[in-house]
Write a protein that binds this ligand. Structure first.
Ligand code: XBP
Ligand code: MG
Length: 232
């Protein structure tokens, strides 16, 4: 079978439904900073269109952002988030573990391209996989000038792995992630997460409700006639 040479995973919403944990941590950090802000689920769904936690806070604050210590609030949010990851109930999305085990069994290389902070990512990988060794490169929010939907996270992952876009598969859950992968020329397996509805999925190679909808081999398998959008 003709597998991709590498699978590049998004993190938030893809490996796990992490956004609810981010949301709760944002709200706790706002309260600790005596801000009268509360991001409910509907609002957070909208705010997720802005990628990156600091960018999201600045966007919400609008003209008031200058009077707010965005870095301190964001640092507290991340500390609370990581405490949850280390100590709370944490589960991968259904099918993710199977997909990763399958890929490792086929010697498919693994990488991460995320807009989240490196510490958030390594906490999750430590908790879920006992470390990050299975992923040969981790491209995080700190590594790029422009976050998704900009393709930079993906192009940097390709550069670090020495692979061409057509050798790889991106796994994503959101519109901004899909746009980033597509702009980098990488075929995208899309499974929208709880917080992300994707109205236009036409740029995706394959769309599934859950990664467990198909056995891993079929999630990755190309069908005849798919060469244009899925060249591997
Ligand atoms: C989704 C995001 C992230 C998180 C928060 O990232 O937009 O910004 O919401 O992360 P992904 P930080 O690309 O993994 O789906 O607060 O660390 O920025
Ligand atoms: Mg995501």
């Amino acid at each position: 079978m003709d597998w991709p040479k590498a699978i590049i995973f998004d993190v938030d919403g893809t490996l796990a439904e992490t956004e609810e944990w981010h949301r709760q941590a944002f709200n706790a950090a706002f309260a600790a900073h005596r801000l009268d802000w509360h991001w409910d689920r509907a609002l957070y769904r909208e705010l997720l269109k802005v990628t990156g936690g600091k960018e999201r806070i600045r966007h919400f604050a609008g003209p008031e952002a200058g009077g707010i210590n965005v870095a301190a609030i964001h640092a507290m949010k991340n500390a609370l988030y990581r405490k949850h990851i280390a100590e709370g109930p944490v589960e991968l999305r259904e099918g993710v573990r199977e997909l990763i085990d399958f890929a490792r069994g086929q010697d498919i290389r693994l990488a991460v391209a995320t807009t989240t902070s490196r510490g958030n990512l390594t906490s999750l990988l430590d908790r879920a996989f006992g470390g990050s060794e299975w992923f040969e490169t981790l491209v995080c929010g700190e590594d790029v000038r422009a976050k998704k939907p900009d393709p930079e996270a993906y192009t940097l992952a390709l550069e670090r792995m020495g692979l061409a876009a057509q050798d790889c598969l991106a796994v994503e859950d959101s519109r901004s992630g899909l746009e980033a992968a597509a702009a980098a020329g990488i075929a995208c397996l899309l499974s929208p997460s709880d917080y992300c509805e994707v109205a236009d999925t036409s740029a995706a190679w394959r769309v599934v409700g859950a990664f467990s909808d198909l056995p891993s081999a079929r999630l990755l398998a190309r069908e005849t006639g798919e060469r244009e959008i899925c060249p591997y």
